[in-house]
Design a protein around this ligand. Sequence first.
Ligand code: SF4
Length: 333
Amino acid sequence: MLTISDASPKHIGQSTHPHDQPAPLLQLVHVSQKFFTQSLWRKRKTLLAVNDVSMFITHGETVGLVGESGCGKSTLGRLACGLLQPSEGHILLDGRPLPPAGAHSWATGRIQMIFQDPISSLNPRLRVRSSIAEPLAAKHIGRVERNNMADAILGEVGLDGLGSRYPHEFSGGQRQRIAIARALITRPDLVICDEPVSALDASIQAQTLNLLRTVQERFGPAYLFISHDLAVVGFMCKRIVVMYLGSIVEEGSTEQIFTASAHPYTQALLAAIPSGDETKKYAPPEGELPNPLSPPTGCHFHPRCPHALAICRREPPTWKALAPDHSVRCWLA
Ligand code: SF4
């Protein structure tokens, strides 16, 4: 069995963290996730959705995971909450191997998930009070107490007294509030927020982000905040992990990523943030994410990179530490 000492910073490549920080809540150690294509006519192919990812989240912190759609961040989110079992590597919660989601265990209710589309995560035939109270059933709490707890948490997210309504009676922003209430009712240690505001209008986005911050201050869960939008991630997170085609390419504090990013892909994501500044240092990413079934050789970003060298086409870059908590995978760094 892997222990927390086996998953020490030296074991996880460049994911170093100062020793004076608390022990990680969640740790991913060389995690990979493979899927296989099925076709009658073609040879079975392997899709490496997550490739040798190591990262950690400490108690109460918010870590951002950013990258374009299809880069593997949602798969990583599902791995981090036990919905998927990794093809390779280990996932530890408080130093113990994370059991699969759904299996009743010591980890039940400790990790919850908020999805982009709240309507698909709420049962249309259940009153929202019952939907919110549902995760408590596994904790053997009586129905009356469950409903009281659901009404209380609805008040916390600004929907006091609306527990007897059905999901279709709410707006998109209100449904996301219900999803937040449902995620928080078990008092989780970690909430995986998978593009939680991508489907919302800009004004509702700001309200939802502020609500997530408020409930974090009140209840203290850590967040893994997944988004394609670096501006949103920068607003929410103290630490940012940048993902490209299944691999992590840069990680650092929000300040480092925004003021001293070293990977051309991170720089392109920064340039994609609308600012009205015509004198930006970098250009937004050009072209499409390559087909993950046949990724480019060497550095996967080389076909889109304005600085690609000959070595970039041949060999995958190794990690380089630029500061104790800032690392990058790029031959130029
Ligand atoms: Fe660009 Fe080369 Fe760095 Fe990849 S390793 S990001 S291709 S410079």
